[in-house]
Ligand binder design. Structure first.
Ligand SMILES: Cc1cc2nc3c(=O)[nH]c(=O)nc-3n(C[C@H](O)[C@H](O)[C@H](O)COP(=O)(O)OP(=O)(O)OC[C@H]3O[C@@H](n4cnc5c(N)ncnc54)[C@H](O)[C@@H]3O)c2cc1C
Length: 422
C-alpha cells in the first residue's frame, strides 16, 4: 500500500487518462485474490470505499478519499481452444488475450485499443470491433470470480446468482471486486482490416460512402468514420477504419464504395493476425491527457451528415462507429440491447483549463446540432467526467442496478468510476 507522501505515491495513483486528477487516500497493488478479500474486509472495518482501476482509461475525476486498487499482478491467462474459452485475471489487457487466442483461429471481443483491461472493458459492456457479429463483450462473459462487499470470495454465473451476473455484465464496477473472468472466444480464422486516409477536403465524399457501405454491411463488417488532426498539425484528415471477419476479396468488394474517392494518402488494409488488431486504430498506449465523450445517434440523415462534417477544432478527433447487428439483439445484461445504429465519439486533449472549456463547448455544439437524432443513452464505456451512470441505462435497468447495489453493497464499499447511485 502506498500513502500520500510516500515515494512513488504520485505515480501509483495517477490514471492513464492524465487529464484527470485523483486525490485518493491510498493506492494498493493486489498480490492475489486472497489479498483482495483482505482489502475489502479492511475497507469495511475502516469505513472506507475502494475503487478498482487497472489502468484508468476510463477514469472519472471523482475518487477523492478513496482507496485505489490496482490489479496488474492478477495476470494469469488460460485459453482453451477446444472449448473456445478464456479465463483471465483482473490485470490482463486485451493484447494478451488476442495474442493467445489468435493462433487458434479465435478472438475475444476486444475494442480499438489492445492496452485496455479485459475486466474493466467487459464490466462496462465493451464495444468491440466484432460486436456487430457477437454483441457486447459483456455478453460473452460466462463467469466472474469476485470478492463481495462483505469480503467473501465467490464465483458468479448466470445460474449461481442471476441478478449479480446481470449487473456485472455492463453495469460497471459498482457491485463487487472482480479478480478474474471467464469468457467465450469466437471463430476468427481470417480478418481483413486496416485504415484508409484521405485529405480532409474529401470528407463529404467519404461520409457519403460511409453511409452507403454501412447501410448494407453484413454483421461481419465493422466500419468507422474519422476526422482527425495528426499531432503537431493543424490539417484535418479523414479516415475510415475497418475490420472484416472474412477474406480479403470479399472485404474489398464490400468496401468498394470508397474506391473512387480520389487522393487516398494511406491504405493499411491487409489480412491481419488477431494479435495485430490494435494496429487498425493505432491508439496511444502511453498515458495521455485524452478525454473522450460520446453520443448515440439514431440516424445519419443529410442534416446530421452536414453537422458531423463541420470543423472538429478544438478536438483532436471525432469518430463515428457503426453499431447495429447483434448490438440491437436481446441481451441479458445491464448493457442491454443497443438499438442506435451509430456512436459519435469526440476526443480532445485537456492540457489547460481553457482547452477543457473549449472541448466541452465543442461537445455542446455537436449536441445542439444533432439534437433530432440524439438517442437518450450513451455507452457506459464512453461516459466522461460530468456524466452520470444514469446516461448509460434504460430507466428499468437503472432501477434494477440500484436495487442490486442497495442489497449487495449497502455501505458503498466498492465504487465504480460512474456509480449507479450518483
Ligand atoms: C484509447 C482508448 C480506446 C478505447 N477504446 C474502446 C473501445 O473500442 N470500446 C470500448 O468499449 N471502450 C473503449 N475505451 C474505453 C475503455 O475501454 C473503458 O473506459 C474501460 O473501462 C477502461 O479500461 P481500463 O483498462 O483503463 O479500465 P479503468 O479505467 O482502469 O477501469 C474502468 C472501471 O472498471 C471498473 N473495474 C475495472 N476492473 C475492475 C475489477 N477488477 N473489479 C471491479 N471493478 C473493476 C472500475 O469501476 C473502473 O473504474 C477506450 C478508451 C481509450 C482511452
Amino acid at each position: 500500500m502506498s500513502l500520500p507522501g510516500d515515494p512513488g505515491f504520485e505515480a501509483a495513483s495517477r490514471p492513464w487518462s492524465n487529464a484527470v486528477t485523483q486525490q485518493v487516500r491510498a493506492a494498493v497493488e493486489l498480490a492475489d485474490a486472497d489479498d483482495a478479500a483482505a482489502l475489502v474486509r479492511y475497507a469495511r472495518r475502516a469505513g472506507a470505499s475502494l475503487s478498482v482501476q487497472p489502468n484508468g482509461h476510463g477514469a472519472s475525476d471523482d475518487l477523492e478519499g478513496i482507496i485505489l486498487v490496482r490489479t496488474s499482478k492478477l495476470d494469469t491467462i488460460q485459453v482453451d481452444p477446444a472449448a473456445r474459452t478464456a479465463r483471465v485475471g483482473a490485470g490482463v489487457a486485451w493484447g494478451r488475450v488476442l495474442a493467445e487466442a489468435g493462433p487458434h483461429g479465435l478472438t475475444g471481443l476486444a475494442g480499438s485499443s489492445a492496452a485496455v483491461n479485459v475486466t474493466g472493458f467487459c464490466l462496462g459492456g465493451g464495444l468491440s470491433w466484432f460486436g456487430r457479429k457477437h454483441g457486447w463483450a459483456a455478453d460473452s462473459v460466462t463467469a466472474f470470480d469476485i470478492v463481495d462487499a462483505d469480503g467473501h470470495p465467490g464465483r458468479i454465473t448466470a445460474t449461481s446468482d442471476p441478478d449479480l451476473f446481470w449487473a456485472l455484465r455492463g453495469g460497471g464496477g459498482d457491485f463487487a471486486l472482480v479478480t478474474a473472468i471467464e469468457l467465450d472466444l469466437h471463430p476468427a480464422p481470417a480478418v481483413f482490416g486496416g485504415q484508409m486516409v484521405w485529405p480532409g477536403t474529401t470528407a463529404p465524399a467519404v461520409m457519403t460512402a460511409f453511409r452507403d457501405v454501412t447501410a448494407h454491411a453484413p454483421d461481419e463488417l465493422t466500419v468507422w468514420f474519422q476526422q482527425f488532426q495528426p499531432p503537431g498539425s493543424t490539417t484535418t484528415l479523414t479516415s475510415v477504419l475497418v475490420a472484416y471477419l472474412g477474406d480479403e476479396t470479399t472485404g474489398r468488394a464490400l468496401l468498394s464504395g470508397f474506391d473512387s474517392i480520389p487522393g487516398r494518402l494511406q491504405d493499411t488494409r491487409r489480412m491481419m493476425a488477431i494479435a495485430d488488431l490494435g494496429e487498425i486504430a493505432s491508439e496511444p498506449t502511453d498515458p495521455s491527457p485524452e478525454r473522450f465523450a460520446s453520443e448515440l445517434l439514431t440516424d445519419i440523415d443529410d442534416h446530421t451528415a452536414d453537422a458531423l462534417l463541420q470543423p472538429i477544432t478544438p478536438l483532436l478527433a471525432m469518430e463515428i462507429r457503426h453499431l447495429g447487428g447483434a448490438f440491437a439483439q436481446p441481451s441479458d445484461s445491464a448493457a442491454g440491447p443497443l438499438t442506435a445504429p451509430y456512436c459519435l465519439i469526440e476526443i480532445g486533449m485537456v492540457t489547460t483549463p481553457e482547452s477543457k472549456t473549449a472541448i466541452e463547448a465543442r461537445r455542446q455544439q455537436y449536441r445542439d446540432a444533432l439534437r433530432p437524432v440524439l438517442a437518450d443513452r450513451a455507452p457506459f464505456t464512453f461516459l466522461t467526467p460530468g456524466d452520470t451512470a444514469a446516461r448509460a441505462f434504460t430507466p428499468a435497468a437503472l432501477t434494477r442496478l440500484r436495487t442490486i447495489k442497495h442489497s449487495r453493497d449497502p455501505y458503498a464499499i466498492i465504487r465504480s468510476n460512474y456509480p449507479v447511485l450518483a
